[in-house]
Design a binder for this molecule. Structure first.
Ligand code: C2O
Ligand code: CU
Length: 506
């Protein structure tokens, strides 16, 4: 099977500059290195017309015998997000709102030099990566203005879509609202031999979804929980042209709090091929995928029988959701209101263009042979409750808000643990844990979907639900540097729905 895929993919590598990542023989074919960002200018603020989708540039780093190094500089910027005054934003490497896509290869030794050119403290966290706690960019690894922080680590994760973002305690929501963040694509040999689309920006498209409300002068309201305007890669009313073949969309929900229930307006089936921490064993056919803040899914959409010149709509079907679905609240204004709440809204207008040479035209039936952890392997269990003191009070874990000098959990290195996260009746949340990729083993609300059956680091926990997962805490022990677990709704995290754990040597 593998051999067949390898043979099938070679011609794509030869004929396309950017299609082949991953194996050493292919790394010479990636001249898109460190391309400068392309500025975008909106032509419309109205949903009846479209603006061109922006694709974040790639950042592939500089390789020497010592490893590969990357430079990321976070600075104030402006971006034309609406017609009229440019919007003040934060961006990495001059990309105005949302940073370059960092390409990492499994096994590579990397140094990421992050320079803070803001006038306030920040941190940069590598969401989903397995690395030592002091390299993780959590609230303790503060980068002062004008300072450079240079974490070094070996890339241990498998191929998937990860991301980086500020994790400055009490400032995460605001810094992310201004646009600080970027994608990380990890490549490895197991993924690169599969017959999957991987020409970045052509048939392999990053889609970073969020929403913002604009104040007078087109300024972003950094205190708004649910924005009124959907932004796809920072673009309002985005459209793009995709070739009439199988295309791969790398979806990330980077909202403050809103969840998405994504699907196509024509009801077509698409395939989830990967979740937060890697590819699934086989594509999972779906018509909708629910994504909470912080979650990623890679999907394949087969456009091979769509007529060139036709179009399709990617939308979020957020109307009529259960109570507790974030963004399902009926109000269109007020603290938890938004013009996008409780309705279907547009995410991306896709025009179908001509197929590329060597297009992928069929969906592989099999991807990887993941062996997942089971509850039977767990030798320790813990239960963490999401608590509050009634509507309007801050959310906490086990009735305790986040305290930077408090270690909430201590785990012995090498242990397989079963965690039960228990939610109360108030609202849904997006539970996330650093350091590990886990396997969800049970949901008290019902079955685990095929899309959620792979490696995860973030999940939707419904009201009154208990979700169990199994994780192995290996490789990195420290008696002083903690990893975080928290709700990935930045407003909840900032108000204290966060805890920390040490992984200590036996
Ligand atoms: Cu995406 Cu603790 O973070
Ligand atoms: Cu929450």
């Amino acid at each position: 099977m593998k051999k067949f895929y390898a043979l099938a993919v070679i011609p794509v590598c030869i004929l396309s500059f950017v299609s082949c990542f991953g194996t050493s023989a292919q790394t010479t074919n990636t001249p898109l290195t460190n391309t400068p960002p392309t500025p975008t200018t909106p032509t419309t603020n109205t949903p009846s017309a479209y603006n061109t989708l922006w694709i974040p540039p790639l950042l592939e780093g500089t390789t020497t015998a010592a490893g590969t190094s990357y430079n990321l500089t976070l600075a104030k910027s402006t971006k034309k997000m609406l017609i009229g005054t440019a919007t003040p934003t934060y961006g990495y490497n001059g990309s105005d709102f949302w940073g370059p896509t960092v390409i990492l290869k499994k096994g590579q030794n990397v140094t990421l030099n992050v320079t803070n050119k803001l006038s306030e403290d920040t941190t940069t966290h590598w969401h989903g990566l397995h690395l030592p706690a002091e390299m993780d960019g959590g609230p303790m690894q503060v980068i002062a203005p004008n300072a450079t922080w240079s974490p070094k680590f070996t890339v241990m994760n498998t191929a998937s879509t990860y991301w980086y973002h500020p994790h400055m305690h009490t400032k995460t929501m605001e810094q992310m609202a201004l646009g600080a963040g970027g994608l990380i694509i990890v490549q490895d040999d197991a993924e690169s031999v599969l017959a999957l689309p991987r020409t970045y920006g052509v048939d392999d498209i990053p889609l970073v979804l969020t929403s913002r409300t604009f104040k007078a002068d087109n300024q972003i309201s950094t205190t708004t929980i649910y924005g009124d305007n959907l932004l796809t890669n920072g673009i309002l009313n985005a459209q793009t042209t995709l070739p009439a073949q199988v295309v791969r969309l790398r979806l990330l929900n980077t909202e403050t709090e809103r969840a998405y229930n994504l699907g196509f307006a024509d009801g077509r089936t698409f395939q989830v091929i990967g979740s937060d921490g890697g590819l699934l064993n086989a594509p999972a056919p779906v018509t909708r995928v629910v994504m909470l803040p912080g979650e990623r899914y890679e999907i394949l959409v087969n456009l091979s029988s769509d007529a060139v010149g036709s179009s399709l709509e990617l939308k979020s079907y957020n109307g009529g959701q259960e109570f507790g679905f974030p963004g399902g609240e009926p109000a269109d204004s007020g603290a938890f209101g938004s013009k996008l709440n409780n309705k279907t809204f547009q995410v991306l207008h896709i025009n179908v263009g001509k197929a590329t040479a060597n297009a992928i035209t069929s969906i592989p039936s099999k991807l990887l042979d993941n062996t997942y952890l089971t509850e039977a392997e767990a030798t320790n269990s813990r239960t963490i409750a999401i608590t509050d003191k009634g509507p309007g009070t801050p959310f906490t874990f086990n009735n305790m808000g986040y305290m930077m000098d408090m270690i909430n959990q201590t785990i012995t290195l090498g242990t397989v643990e079963k965690w039960s996260i228990v939610n109360g009746p108030t609202f849904g949340h997006s539970f996330h844990i650093h350091d590990v990729q886990f396997k969800i083993t049970s949901r008290s609300s019902g079955p685990i979907s095929a899309a959620e059956s792979g490696w995860k680091d973030t999940f939707y926990i419904h009201r009154n639900e208990t979700v169990r997962f199994v994780a192995k805490f290996s490789d990195f022990a420290s008696n002083t540097n903690a990893f975080m677990y928290h709700c990935h709704m930045a407003n909840h995290e900032d108000e204290g729905l966060m805890g920390q754990f040490l992984v200590v040597a036996k």
